[in-house]
Design a protein. Sequence first.
Length: 241
Amino acid sequence: MSFFQGWAIPTVDEATQQQLPAKTTELEQRLRDIATRFSDARFASSLAVEDMVITDVIARLGLNIQIFTLETGRLNPETAALIPQTQERYGIALRVMTPDTAAVEHYVNEHGRDAFYESVDLRRECCRIRKIEPLNRAITGADAWLTGQRREQSATREELPFEEFDSKHQIAKFNPIYDWHEVDVWAYVAAHQVPVNALYQQHYPSIGCEPCTKPVREGEDIRAGRWWWENKDTKECGLHK
């Protein structure tokens, strides 16, 4: 019988623990500055561990940054469960965005419910309907939006900056923990008892929709389980293009 040697939540060493207060202070200041500079900043939380860290800071400091999440209709039960859990923990109302029902039905009738396995174009169209269009609605009227992306996550994010300009939406865009390492994120979670997705305990280091995400082996890239049937250079849903 084979034993699956899967990815595991990284062990936080003493050096990381010692550096965490300074990193946390820096993150707090970044978020304060954003909330001060912009009157209607909105944070797109995928409910990933990085996003839960940012949510914790926003809620703890009482910052004027609206938090929304995308309920695509294909989330794992463990991911969906984080929505009410987060709201109860922090006493905040997450804005839950859902895809257009007619668009979903048309895709399913035209191509099949799981047609995204057949080609990159069909997968991107599914992402457009379930993620991009709801996100576009979520940031309409905002003057800035935030993500939980990190440079270390994938080859497509290696040059990620802290601040950029979203030319499509014509607003500022921020990646507040772009320079954090994976172990930094988990150090913060442990220090502040942040609620996280139960799938992390099941070897899922990066979690998207249920049919497009699988566990990752020890030593693999942390996004290897996302759209695993595609080339690594196409592994983005289009939200950050």
